[in-house]
Design a protein around this ligand. Sequence first.
Ligand code: CUA
Length: 450
Amino acid sequence: MALAIVLIVLALGSVLFHFLSPWYFTPLASNWGTIDQTISITFWVTGTVFVAVSGFVALAIWRYRHNPESRAAYEPENKKLEWRLLIVTTLGVAAMLAPGLFVWAKFVDVPADAAVVEVVAQQWNWMYRMPGKDGRLGRVDARFVTPENPFGMSPDDPNGRDDVLVTSPELHLPMNAPVKLLLRSKDVLHNFSVAQIRVKMDLVPGLVTYVWFTPTRAGNFDLLCEELCGVGHFAMRGRIVVEDPAPFQAWLDHQPTFAQVSARAKGDAVAGKASFAVCAGCHGMQGEGNFALRAPRLAGQGAWYLERQLHQFKQGTRGADERDAAGRQMAPMAATLPDDAAIANVAAYIATLPDTPVAPTIRGDVDRGRARYATCAACHGADGRGLASTNAPRLQGMSDWYLGTQLQNFRDGVRGAHAQDMHGAQMALMAKMLSDDGAIGDILAYINTR
Ligand code: CUA
């Protein structure tokens, strides 16, 4: 008797939970309403069967409970009942599967006027490429991948010259225009998934998969990798910004083409030396850093990283938080560099400074730090020398007190919290794993041994 009541409460509770709970589909932002309908049909079919079976079992428990007077009748076959169950089950299964087939037929049938965007995944980042005016994407090959050419663009394919390269994990798309995404992975399996757009597709190394959709609602949507792809998997996030055609065009016009990227002048160290005089006031003549002035060592740091940070300080995506006193001091300094060329020049000059490691200032448990550093090594390298391909700067031999402050800043949301600082956001997620300052000291002590 108690069991029958439990079953009925369970069935009714599940139905009530389904209709009353606030957790359901995120509001749709694409043309794929049919996917929601398919899931709803499946819910109705399985829900009806669940309630019917639970009710029947509860009824059977109560109606045919033990009675010493009566005996069960043996009835091995009931043709009529079997036929009924067979027909009902067939209809139920067909109702669940058939809509999916119709939706899938549409899902793989890309409209002829869909704009093409290539999505490139790698541990643990997203990048995008769009064909230029010629409407054709240039050839790519893994052989051509270098830190300067992360897309692996073929240098002598004329179709690739005007390809638009987006190295930020943020992709903008115009409203109400169908788009076909070509999905490519540089290393392992990843998965392109945007809940509001209802698309989800694996990226397989060696293959180009695709999805298509028409964005129907403006907004910022999280792009998540939903395939376990290594220690940084949870931090492999991007953003899809759906907006009106005018702001989309303005964004697109700001993105460089492959020709522009290749022609970008390498920084001029001689020209950068003059600008560096300002930096030397705090960071030292040799860029060796100054603890008293909270100025970290710059010499030996990757030029790509220094350039990115200078851009971020200039744009206010770093050093704007009130709690970041040192960063707020740096921001107006970066603003004295008038343009991209000036920033490249300073970084080029810093690259000529002698690479002399600075003395450690932080103590900690090296063995504990080694175990903790395994996670950091995935991006920053086992030797801590940094990797441009994972957007991870050099740590080894740099100012350890500065690294400690930055880890705390990342962890506490002082750095990496700006909506436009997506690389910082990734580091912030990693830093959240450092529960206490002791852990930070241990890691730094270990890095000092590298
Ligand atoms: Cu890429 Cu998970």
